[in-house]
Design a protein around this ligand. Structure first.
Ligand code: PGA
Length: 249
């Protein structure tokens, strides 16, 4: 059985005081679903968040990391640095990283390798742009992103990989893929995995949807058979909204 996961990507939001406040509010929420819950605060607040949530059922994860072990990479953070403060999961390949920081399938493949070498779990993000979808190329683009960054891996690696389909046109825009569009793409992603690694592997990988998920639309999206959860941006900055989404399962 694959896991249901709801992960909040806080992006570059919340200073230390705001982080403390939001974590306190998250602790006051009640979880009624079986979903695994994660939050991804900014680097400077990871340690504090991890310590604050030590006893709670919320995993603190990183938004990014570098592929190198250490060295002359000013401004970057390594897998071992994350591991040393207790972080076990990292988001890689978010479309904002790809668009604004020139992350490519090749550099992401190296980051995934580094995460695996450190026994970290990866939430690997990908998704097509609006022009791709308008041209009917969304499956070719998504299939290419998955193959280029992940298909050098052995089947075993997929025990540590969660996929997150995030159509770029739906991120932070208020525009959501319809539940049917999400299901169609998730089924395609699972088939892409099955063709390469077999159905047993494909059936155990959680595939999250991301892009303007809100309390009002979460239930319908999560009801689709190949949607195993969500990567939540804006709505994760409000504790009640975030838990309404967590409890939408
Ligand atoms: P959004 O962001 O929910 O604000 O659209 C999703 C994401 O970027 O992961």
């Amino acid at each position: 059985m694959r896991k249901n996961i709801v992960a909040g990507n806080w992006k570059m939001n919340n200073d230390l005081a705001q982080t403390e406040e939001l974590i306190t509010e998250l602790k006051n929420q009640t979880k009624t679903s079986n979903a695994e819950v994660m939050i991804a605060p900014t680097f400077t607040n990871l340690w504090h968040s991890f310590e604050s949530l030590r006893q709670d059922d919320i995993e603190v994860v990183a938004q990014n990391m570098h592929f190198a072990e250490n060295g002359a990479y000013t401004g970057e953070i390594s897998a071992s640095m994350l591991k040393s403060i207790g972080i076990k999961t990292v988001i890689l390949g978010h479309s904002e990283r790809r668009a604004y920081f020139n992350e490519t399938d090749e550099s992401l493949a190296k980051k995934v390798d580094a995460a695996l070498a450190h026994k970290m779990r990866t939430i690997f993000c990908f998704g097509e742009e609006l022009a791709d979808r308008k041209a009917g190329n969304e499956e070719a683009v998504v299939g290419g992103q998955i193959k280029n960054a992940l298909f050098h891996l052995g089947a075993d690696a997929f025990k540590s990989i969660v996929l997150a389909y995030e159509p770029v046109w739906a991120i932070g825009t208020g525009e959501t893929a319809s539940p049917e569009q999400a299901q169609d793409m998730h089924a395609f992603i699972r088939k892409t995995l099955a063709d390469k690694y077999g159905k047993d592997v494909a059936d155990t990988v959680s595939i999250l949807y991301g892009g303007s998920v809100k309390p009002a639309n979460a239930q319908e999206i999560f009801s689709k058979p190949d949607v195993d959860g969500g990567l939540i941006g804006g709505a994760a900055l409000n504790a009640e909204d975030f838990y309404a989404i967590v409890n939408a399962f």
